[in-house]
Write a protein that binds this ligand. Structure first.
Ligand code: C5P
Length: 241
């Protein structure tokens, strides 16, 4: 794994290019990864993703594909053409869908380029035990479900999963140390949890073994986003030594 800042993904959850670009400018020279999710992608489209890539940022395109295998394959083939670094699907789409997604990525990756990493969403970090059991009728604990989904993702050819940092030790135990973990639900001490439930601080997430952490509002909605990011990176560098 590279430097700490290369393992920090800043979620560009903005409604338009103007606001996203202001944040991108602030990130210049920091060495962080950029995460583009549904809000910005649906508003700004593939051209903006290309634009961010041209500025040299590694990009995680977080579109959480979940559809029939044939459609997932096509979606991934299109996304691979953008030459982003990481994309994802919902593990709940099942093995055939995940295998098709990987096939689509391989087909769509231009020759000579690197295939984007394919990551599976296990259970959203906003999901609670009660929601899982009562609303979704999935039995067992969140941790058991996440570990089961992670194993299924690995067996279906995925490179890693998205989960809460709290579940990383279980995932590494189930799938091995090289199976990647990308963890949202990050809140520095004192930050508002918002809709997230299974949360930790940035330092705790890395201590638990996370490969990448995703941070959105704790940076983008801070009074001084640049300072908030700088502070997080400094704290993480402190943990490295
Ligand atoms: O603002 P906050 O730090 O909560 O943002 C977390 C980001 O990670 C959001 O862009 C959200 O869509 C994404 N995400 C998540 N939980 C998942 C997968 C992605 O919160 N399981």
């Amino acid at each position: 794994m590279g430097k700490m800042e290369e393992r920090v993904m800043v979620a560009l959850d903005f409604p338009n290019i103007t606001e996203a670009s202001r944040c991108i400018e602030m990130l210049s020279g920091t060495g962080v990864y950029v995460k583009i999710g549904m809000q910005l992608y649906y508003a700004a489209g593939p051209d903006y993703v290309r634009h961010v890539k041209e500025q040299g940022y590694p990009v995680f395109l977080d579109l959480k594909v979940h559809d029939i295998p044939n459609t997932a394959l096509g979606a991934m083939q299109s996304l691979a053409g953008l030459e982003v670094d990481m994309v994802n699907v919902h593990v709940a789409g099942g093995r055939k869908m995940m295998e098709a997604a990987r096939e689509g990525l391989e087909k769509g990756t231009p020759s000579g380029s690197k295939r984007p990493l394919l990551i599976g969403v296990t259970q959203l970090t906003s999901t609670t035990q009660q929601m899982l059991n009562e609303e979704l009728q999935i039995q067992g604990t969140v941790e058991e479900t996440v570990a089961r989904y992670a194993r299924l993702a690995r067996d279906s050819g995925l490179d890693g999963v998205v989960a809460s940092p709290l579940e990383v030790p279980l995932i590494k135990e189930a799938c091995g140390p090289h199976f990647l973990t990308v963890t949202p639900g990050i809140r520095p001490v004192g930050a508002d949890a918002g809709d997230q439930h299974r949360i930790t601080t940035p330092e705790q997430a890395f201590r638990l073994g996370a490969d990448y952490i995703v941070i959105g509002r704790a940076i983008t909605k801070a009074d001084n986003p640049a300072q908030a990011l700088h502070h997080i990176i400094q704290t993480l560098r402190g943990c490295e030594q």
